[in-house]
Design a protein around this ligand. Structure first.
Ligand code: DGJ
Length: 732
């Protein structure tokens, strides 16, 4: 079997490579670990990237060296620190016992291991067997101290992806303080990048943004305690002329659900540095003697063929090697959720007709959303009291779950395990569980507060409560929600000098709780949610194979949200529901068909009162459900292509092709109508040019080459927001 990692002892160069990518790094003067290259594969490296020597003013040199032409300030480095003479953004800052931030990292040793080590307590990409990947571990040491940094690089045999993380070890006798420990750094030379990010807001997540990387430091981050609606933990660097189908694209996705920071710096010599990791805002980790600290991972994907290829690399890694759920390859159930149907105003008797209608329409799961527990009639109470609200379910939850099951549907239940209401039994018994700074009044958001999840006792309490519900065996799915961000950040169990650990400990606590649930209930399908897509990240994918993409269910707004989401995350991970028109969030009126077509691009569900629909729409649901059952294997697990972007044009078009290229689903949405419309014709991609494909609706047959080279005209129709979906099958 081919080696994935080689070390050239003579020239001191490491080469990580597979058929698609190469990653090169070398050991330079003063044992400095330098970055050489990341990109398209080369067979062998012959030294063409030797760092050019130049005496640059105010870029100093190695201690003890009189060579003025070698400077850490301009050398492309692999992992830089504060305290050495590199004035660019450091990857790490360590507060030493003497109070200084002096650190000087030098290469010490390396190790190559087959496969990939697990990251204890953190979500991570994994391997099926040791042959599919190899990991290079390079140890850097602080030349004048007792601190070591293990830089981990995993390369998979068949993916254009490298996964990186860092483990810091205190090998001395004194306690040190980590003020910043990034998961990776990469320095690019002679590149003029654009940068693509996914900023947003609640009900407006992941809107693709593209800007130039100019000199200075660009920061994309979250200090909200979660990965956030506001800034998804992802950045891509692309060439100026990179498109969906051409050009270089480097994508970086952080496998973490808490505070993050992406720093992109273009230095005075037009070199671009990327540093990614846990945000150093209010971060200060006490690293005691002999202790270690493991950072979360970053997935780096490279494409020489534009953004679609980059996204496909992420989709396939996240789906194949981050998601673990037994549902990862199973078609996802079509559900109806009662949130937008009833909000808090429901009882068992009121819900039963919705369940009956769902059965009649072929829907496969009923999800009972917020309001079934404590005495919750609105969003002012009961978070933390995970016992059934008897007023709404006088015969208990099991009774209703049985009813749902008797109708042949699965039963799903909403939880918000990380939260506490002041009006709750949990607060009465344990007011200290509410995260707050002693002596200060904490800030409410949605009139609720965050639990001090870093504490084991708090986690155990919630786990025991959830256990009582889940042990009945009657719950098939849970929706794990989180409806506010962290403030008043403080952990009651920690001393004053360790409060800088709280943000990260919260996330570790959350992962611990999720792991316990996943471990005890392997048959449970868990959907992540944080007020919609506020925690839509690769870290959550490790526990939740699907996530509610946004609280904005309007089909036209969803075009941009789902387009942006698809940059990184696979279709099977993105849940998307048909809701009422006019839409509850923005009042837009859209055709039922369009709402269905947009929702079918993710995991389809319905978020409306089925009992209140007119006959025509009821019929439409039945047809959509029937149609979706035919295509979902393809749309959830096929190769996804973005063809047209509604953020920059009047149309959105996307396509999914089954892995064997025998089935294709093409969806097109025209946003605004015009009296003189342009004729438009999407061209398909990724088909077998030699196969004939039959349109399942019209039974017309086209060659794969025809569909790809000629395209097909969109119908001309009156009215805004029209959508079309085609399902082609290869003719045997
Ligand atoms: C926010 C979620 O995104 C909604 O779908 C719904 O579950 C509400 N929370 C319930 O409070």
């Amino acid at each position: 079997m081919n080696q994935l990692i080689n070390f050239d002892e003579k020239n001191k160069v490491f080469h990580l490579h597979n058929n698609q990518i190469s990653y090169l790094l070398s050991i330079e003067d003063g044992n400095t670990l330098a970055h050489l290259y990341f990109g398209k594969a080369i067979r062998e490296y012959h030294g063409g990237l030797r760092y050019p020597r130049l005496d640059r003013g105010f870029s100093g040199n190695l201690p003890g060296s009189l060579d003025r032409t070698f400077s850490k300030d301009s050398l492309p480095q692999e992992y830089s620190c504060a305290g050495e003479m590199d004035f660019r953004t450091p990857a790490t800052i360590v507060r030493q016992k003497d109070g200084s931030n002096a650190t000087f990292l030098t290469y010490e040793s390396y190790k190559i291991v087959q496969g990939k080590p697990n990251l204890e307590g953190l979500p991570h990409s994994w391997v099926k067997n040791k042959e599919e990947a190899a990991t290079l571990i390079i140890t850097l040491k602080d030349k004048y101290g007792d601190l070591k940094f293990d830089l981990l690089y995993t390369i998979y045999r068949d993916r254009p992806v490298i996964v990186r993380s860092v483990k810091v070890r205190n090998t001395g006798k004194d306690t040190l303080n980590l003020e910043k420990v990034s998961s990776m750094q990469m320095d690019f030379v002679d590149r003029n990048f654009d940068m693509i990010t996914l900023p947003g807001a609640h009900a407006h997540e992941r809107h693709m943004q593209r800007t130039r990387v100019n000199q200075g430091i660009h920061v994309y981050s979250s200090i909200r305690g979660t990965s956030s609606h506001q800034m998804n933990p992802f950045v891509a660097l692309v060439d100026k002329d990179t498109t969906e189908f051409a050009g270089d694209a480097y994508g970086f996705a952080f496998v973490y659900s808490g505070n993050h920071k992406f720093e992109i710096e273009k230095d005075p010599y037009s070199q671009t540095r990327v540093v990614i990791g846990i945000n150093d805002y209010n971060f200060n980790w006490e690293l005691q003697a002999k202790d270690s600290f493991q950072t979360p991972e970053v997935i780096m994907a490279y494409s020489d063929n534009g953004l679609n290829k980059m996204s496909q690399a992420f989709h396939s890694l996240i789906h194949d090697r981050i998601i673990r759920s037994k549902y990862k390859d199973q078609v996802r159930p079509i559900l109806v959720n009662n949130w937008e149907a009833t909000y808090f105003d429901f009882t068992e008797e009121k819900l039963k007709p919705i369940v009956d209608d769902a059965k009649d329409m072929g829907i496969e799961m009923f999800v009972l959303d917020d309001g079934w527990f404590g005495h919750r009639d609105d969003d002012n109470s009961s978070l933390g009291d995970w016992a059934v609200f008897k007023k709404k379910f006088p015969n208990g939850l099991d009774h209703f779950a049985d009813y749902v099951h008797q109708q042949g549907l699965k039963f799903g239940l909403w939880f918000e395990p990380e939260m506490i209401s002041v009006d709750s039994n949990l607060y009465k018994k344990h007011p200290d569980y509410l995260m707050h700074v002693p002596g200060r009044k904490p800030s409410p958001a949605r009139n609720q507060y965050v639990l001090d999840l870093g504490r084991e006792e708090v986690r155990n309490n919630i786990f025991e409560q959830m256990k009582k519900i889940l042990d009945s065996g009657k719950i098939d799915y849970i929706k794990w929600d989180m409806n506010r961000h962290l403030s008043d950040v403080y952990e009651a169990d920690l001393p004053a000098n360790r409060q800088g650990e709280v943000y990260h400990r919260y996330v570790l606590g959350l992962y611990d709780l999720l792991e316990k649930i996943v471990d005890r209930y392997p048959d449970l399908l868990i959907e992540g949610c944080s007020g919609g897509g506020g925690r839509f990240d690769a870290g959550m994918a490790y526990y939740n194979p699907q996530i509610w993409a946004s609280d904005d269910s309007d089909a036209i707004d969803r075009l941009s949200i789902q387009y942006g989401t698809s940059l990184v995350y696979p279709q099977s991970m993105m849940t998307s529901h048909v809701s009422v028109s006019p839409n509850e969030q923005n009042g837009r009126i859209t055709p039922f068909k369009t709402r269905g077509i947009v929702a079918m691009c993710g995991d389809l569900g319905y978020e409306l009162d089925l009992t209140k629909m007119n006959e025509k729409d009821r019929q439409s649901v039945k047809e959509q459900v029937k149609e979706y059952k035919k295509i979902r294997k393809v749309t959830q697990y096929g190769t996804f292509y973005r063809l047209k972007n509604a953020q920059t044009s009047n149309q959105c078009a996307w396509e999914t092709v089954s892995r064997d290229k025998n089935e294709v689903v093409l969806s097109v949405v025209k946003v605004m109508a015009s009296a003189q419309p342009d004729f438009t014709k999407p061209k398909l991609v990724g088909l077998d040019p030699n196969k004939p494909y039959e349109d399942q609706a019209s039974h017309k047959v086209y060659g794969g080459d025809e569909l790809m080279n000629l395209g097909i005209y969109d119908p001309i129709e009156h009215g805004d927001f029209k959508a079309y979906m085609y399902h082609f099958k290869a003719v045997k």
